[in-house]
Design a protein around this ligand. Structure first.
Ligand code: NAD
Length: 443
């Protein structure tokens, strides 16, 4: 077994992983339901099908991605042949969160294996059923010296972080992202941090309001709002605010019925701590829709809040649950004053048929990625980078970029010996003029 240099071995292992994930699909769907009542549809669309597609894409392209690339040489080094070698980092640690517990553990794993690394995966302790299947798939597919799954909570993660790694890929909260960043500083370990933020969603008066409401309700209440790229709060033009609220309310009913608690499509909050955190946010707020909760199975209805204060609990940090504050704006200055209160978000969404306005918004604000006239879906294009900026993250992945994330690009110049132009060697006396001329000619 030489996963470091043998591309065929890596490819065969990924094929083995593909067979295993396909064999275990039903178990994963059941585990996700048992962990927080995720529906089979959402489990397939946002977790299992995504992984199968990422595996197929990687298997198809691994030879092309992993082979050394010859690049045009520099005339300064004439004659030479110049290459980029793709070197695996070595020992990689992947730490996953609970909200897409299968996909966010396996997606980086696929890339880390494709790039030739030795990997430890630490899935989330908050989704024990799914984490168990992730561990089973890994132990069935890989030799322990190649890929290993370590289950456990905060203490185990801290023990892992105390060890020396060649790369760490972390997905989770900003707070724990900072802990990881401190831990990697000691050994200057390169790191990807896939974090969260407060994602604005702007709706101007020119937008197709009906479609906007449909796409926002889907993107926000998918996974019961426990999605890092879900719209966190709405910024609605005050010209259309009351009409738009009615459309959103109608879409919630169309999607989940009059009582979402009985809908087979609406998941639960992951645990009591998060349920408490979210229900606290509703206290004292003006509720336009929803608001009902049930501690028995950590249910919280899709909820709309009207104009919460910017100093309220709900507008303080990332919500990460099915609560959608509706704020209104009069002009662009209002948008700046609200959006700029927060750190750079992971996503930003703008619904508008005014193309120059949409373009201006995209250019004026810094954020990880986003959509014009939709939410969330930018995640699904493997040709787009997925990652935050500033406090919402460091680095990006998906598709070929995932392979690059786990690869050191090593530059090699292979010089020929049949010619050796002496200009660069000391003594330099009398050579400066011709060197300046050469640089001018080359630039
Ligand atoms: P989290 O940061 O609490 O946990 C993530 C991982 O870190 C878990 O495996 C956990 O065991 C470990 N961990 C928790 N506390 C730790 C500590 N004190 N020291 C060391 N390790 C610790 O995140 P979460 O609650 O699982 O996930 C929700 C967060 O993740 C949200 O903020 C969300 O925006 C973010 N997220 C980001 C992305 C992305 O791709 N950018 C995707 C999903 C979730």
């Amino acid at each position: 077994m030489n996963f470091k240099t043998d591309i065929n071995f890596r490819k065969q292992t990924l094929v083995k992983l593909l067979i295993s994930v396909q064999n275990h699909e039903e178990e994963i769907i059941k585990a996700l339901y048992n962990d927080f009542k995720k529906s089979a549809f959402e489990a397939v669309v946002s977790e299992t099908a995504y992984i199968v597609s990422e595996l197929n894409h990687t298997i198809k392209n691994i030879n092309k991605w992993a082979k050394p690339n010859m690049v045009l040489p520099s005339l300064l080094n004439f004659p030479s042949t110049d290459y980029i070698y793709k070197e695996p980092y070595g020992k990689v640690l992947i730490i996953a969160p609970w909200n897409y517990p299968y996909q966010l553990a396996l997606c980086p794993l696929i890339a880390a294996v494709a790039a030739g690394n030795q990997v430890v995966v630490k899935p989330s302790e908050l989704t024990p059923n799914t984490s168990r299947i992730v561990a089973k798939i890994i132990s069935e597919t890989f030799d322990e010296n190649h890929v290993k799954c370590v289950e456990g909570g905060v203490e185990i993660t801290q023990e892992l972080l105390a060890q020396r790694w060649d790369y760490i890929f972390f997905t989770g909260s900003v707070a724990v992202g900072k802990i990881v960043a401190k831990a990697v500083a000691e050994n200057l370990t390169p790191v990807t941090l896939e974090l969260g933020g407060k994602n604005p969603c702007i709706i101007d008066a020119t937008a197709n309001l009906k479609l906007a409401a449909k796409r926002i309700v889907w993107g926000k209440f998918l996974n019961a709002g426990q999605t890092c790229i879900a719209p966190d709060y709405l910024l609605v033009s005050n010209k259309i605010k009351s009409d738009f609220i009615e459309l959103i309310k109608k879409e919630i009913i169309d999607a989940y019925g009059e009582n979402p608690e009985t809908s087979p499509d609406f998941p639960r909050i992951i645990n009591q701590e998060n349920w408490n955190r979210l229900t606290e946010m509703l206290k004292g707020e003006s509720i336009l829709a929803g608001g009902k909760s049930n501690i028995q199975d950590y249910y919280l209805a899709p909820t709309l809040l009207d104009e919460p204060s910017l100093d309220s609990l709900v507008m303080k940090d990332e919500i990460f649950g099915p609560i959608l504050p509706v704020l209104s704006f009069e002009n662009e200055a209002d948008l700046v004053s609200i959006i700029s209160r927060y750190e750079k978000p992971l996503s930003l969404y703008i619904f508008s048929n005014d193309n120059p306005f949409a373009k201006k918004i995209i250019q004026n604000y810094s954020f990880g990625g986003g959509c014009i006239n939709d939410t969330v879906v930018y995640f699904s294009n493997k040709r787009l980078p997925f990652g935050g900026v500033g406090h919402s993250g460091i680095g990006a992945y998906h598709g070929k970029l995932s392979f690059s994330t786990f690869t050191h690009y090593k530059a090699i110049v292979k010089r020929a010996n049949w010619l050796d132009i002496p200009t660069r060697y000391a003594p330099y006396k009398g050579k400066l003029k011709s060197v300046k001329k050469l640089f001018k000619w080359l630039s």
